[in-house]
Design a protein. Structure first.
Lengths: 221, 66
């Protein structure tokens, strides 16, 4: 699954679980994306090998991806971080628990929808057993694209009907702006002198880049 | 929306998440590490569909909540 799908599904999961604080929903959502933080290794490798994709892929990405951040150890680490940053003492344990589940769900999704050539390592560093499914669909196949499209459609529906949206992952102002644009449409854009229009197109371009970059740069899952 | 449906969806969501954890962290060690195991395929796809379906139902229910 694409990164945005992991983030959005985790936000929906937090909301569906009754997490009422925007900050805590944000924590659970980012916890659901957190295992893909290993993409930073690929970016560093690209810089290290002076943008040679083949070298970065063979020497770093093939070794690192899914190995260290897609397992129970990272799930537990996610829980510790979530517990530390959650709002309110009484909610900490629940937010940490949901964050760990969101991280675990990410692992399952990568087995089912991350491609057969990218196993996860559930019990690393205790066990080095890689776990994948031979029938797993890869990142650019239609089920993943349908899920991504539904996640985006859900974001618009949430903004329209509830007055909040998954954009709160990027902050309260981003969420408030998105809700206003969705609810008020073109009148909101006129009021801000057309700046909103440019922001929307920039956001769309970023999302498209986020989806296509893994396909172009080859790292899957 | 029927009041019982969100409760059912919540129950199915919890069940599917528990199944995901089991399929990811227990199955390959306790049952079979074979990536082509047909039993795993059926269980995983069923879990995947139940999770997304129950999540969608709860999301719709929350959007309709006054």
């Amino acid at each position: 699954m694409q990164g945005p799908s992991h983030l959005l599904v985790s936000w929906y999961y937090a909301d569906a679980s009754g997490v009422d604080s925007a900050r805590d929903r944000r924590i659970v959502a980012w916890a659901g994306l957190a295992p893909d933080i290993d993409v930073l290794a690929y970016i560093v490798a690209l810089a290290w090998y002076r943008l040679d994709q083949d070298l970065a892929f063979e020497n770093i990405w093939r070794v690192v991806h899914h190995r260290y951040t897609h397992g129970l150890a990272f799930v537990l680490l996610t829980g510790v971080v979530a517990w530390a940053v959650a709002s309110g003492r009484d909610r900490r344990w629940r937010v940490a628990w949901l964050a760990m589940l969101a991280s675990a769900i990410h692992n399952f999704f990568d087995i089912v929808a991350g491609g057969p050539t990218w196993p996860v390592y559930p019990l690393w560093p205790v066990s080095d057993l890689g776990w994948s499914a031979s029938w797993s669909w890869s990142i650019g196949e239609w089920p993943n694209l349908v899920i991504l499209a539904l996640c985006f459609a859900g974001a618009f529906a949430y903004a329209k009907f509830t007055g909040r949206s998954p954009l709160e992952c990027f902050g309260a102002r981003a969420d408030a702006w998105f809700v206003r644009v969705v609810r008020e449409g073109s009148t909101a854009e006129r009021g801000s002198g057309g700046v909103s229009r440019w922001i929307i197109w920039a956001a769309v371009a970023l999302i498209v880049a986020a989806v296509l970059a893994p396909l172009v740069l080859r790292p899957g899952g | 929306m029927n009041k019982g449906l969100p409760a059912l969806a919540r129950w199915l969501l919890g069940l599917s998440v528990a199944a995901m954890v089991a399929l990811t962290f227990i199955w390959p060690f306790a049952l079979s590490p074979d990536p082509a195991d047909p039993r795993f395929r059926i269980a995983a796809i069923a879990t995947f569909i139940v999770f997304l379906g129950s999540l969608a139902a709860l999301v719709v229910a929350r959007q309709r909540r006054p």
